[in-house]
Design a protein around this ligand. Structure first.
Ligand code: FA5
Length: 359
């Protein structure tokens, strides 16, 4: 009997090792310690033993039973703990560990400057408009008094859209010519006049495209801001006043502007507008000023402008005898470079976060 008890304990403890869940544990308990279990069966043989052996065997069977009960209880605890850990493993978090900061994006420097420009012109009573980036040859050129064979077309190297050619490119004949990526924002001048007529006072910021080699100050895709003011008795004096006010508000210090003659087929007379250098305050010779911006001239080239050509007014359906005005176009990308001291235009559209995080 003694051997029977030892063998039973060994077998039960071995079976216990392989138990993986509470149900199997319960079954094992019934199998060994239950009323019809293996231990009970052995104990039934106690009564057949000689009296002198009974106490010793009684003690031994109690010890075996206690050992097995203890092992079963320990296994139950271990199983419950494992189950709990498994349940929590997917959700566990330590509230004392610092969280991962979520990176918040910000507006691109080009858009920041565009918003400033829009705000200032809006305060001066200008509307803000938009136009298509894929434009007809008509609006990009003919409507702006740039005829088919006009050399001015070579001034702006054009991307043409394949398979988009009209037979008759004359607007009046109902055709709009081939489709192009607009080379400037000026086509929206004609669209605005067609749509709203005169008087009108509007700026048109937008992306433009030119088929040209890129370098530190030239991009194939860049942004311009067009301005158009058409009303009665409008002169270049108004243009000078508006631009001086705009630049002064933008840079937060007094800025002077000057005109130089310039040529654009859609204005007459045409001019280039420069503003006084902010580094040397227009002197061109401030002692410690490197004047890399104005190259020691005191003036920074800023934009093309002029009195709107009467052909443009006519294309927009406005009577040039009643109304006149001016238009301008400046490079927003270059203005952004000036604003932030950016020395290579290609950085702006590079998508390099090391660059844009600085603004
Ligand atoms: C024009 O595009 C005319 N439409 C401007 C105009 C409007 C004149 C209304 C008269 C009346 P221009 O080609 O000079 O002009 O371009 C205007 C500005 O765009 C330039 O002063 C310059 O700041 C910017 N620009 C021109 N080419 C590039 C380029 N490749 N990369 C970046 N900026 C450019």
């Amino acid at each position: 009997m003694e051997n029977q008890l030892k063998n039973l304990q060994t077998a039960a403890l071995k079976a216990l090792e392989g138990i993986k869940d509470e149900k199997s544990l319960k079954d094992l308990e019934v199998q060994y310690l239950g009323r019809k279990g293996k231990l009970t069966e052995i104990l039934r043989g106690l009564k057949n033993l000689p009296d002198e052996k009974k106490p010793m065997m009684g003690q031994l069977s109690n010890k075996t039973k206690a050992t097995l009960e203890e092992a079963l209880a320990q296994k139950l605890t271990a199983l419950a703990k494992g189950k709990l850990e498994k349940e929590l493993s997917g959700e566990f978090f330590d509230t004392t560990i610092p969280g991962t900061a979520r990176e918040i994006g910000h507006i691109h420097p080009l858009c920041q400057v565009q918003e400033e420009v829009e705000r200032i012109f809006y305060q001066m009573g200008f509307a803000i408009a938009d136009g298509p980036e894929v434009e007809s040859e008509y609006y990009n050129f003919e409507g702006l008094n740039i005829s088919k064979d006009h050399p001015a077309r070579d001034m702006q190297d054009t991307f043409f859209i394949a398979n988009k050619e009209h037979k008759d490119s004359s607007h009046r004949a109902g055709g709009h010519g081939r489709m192009v990526l607009r080379t400037h924002t000026s086509p929206v001048q004609v669209r605005m006049l067609e749509k709203y007529g005169a008087p009108t006072r509007v700026i048109i910021p937008g992306r433009v495209f030119r088929n040209e080699a890129t370098d530190a100050s030239h991009e194939h895709t860049f942004n311009q801001v067009e301005g158009l003011l058409i009303d009665k008795d409008i002169s270049m004096g108004h243009l000078k006043g508006v631009m001086a006010e705009f630049l002064t508000r933008l840079f937060g210090k007094p800025v002077k502007v000057r005109f130089r003659p310039g040529y654009f087929p859609f204005v007459e007379p045409g001019l280039e507008l420069d503003f006084s250098c902010l580094l040397c305050e227009g002197t061109g010779k401030k002692e410690d000023c490197p004047c890399r911006v104005c190259k020691k001239t005191g003036w920074v080239e800023f934009m093309g402008a002029g009195m709107t050509h009467e052909k443009v007014l006519e294309a927009g359906g406005v009577d040039p005898k009643k109304y006149q005005g001016w238009a301008f176009g400046f490079g927003l990308t270059r203005l952004t470079m000036m604003r932030h001291g950016i020395t290579d235009i290609r950085l702006l559209a590079s998508g390099d976060l090391r660059f844009s995080r600085q603004f």
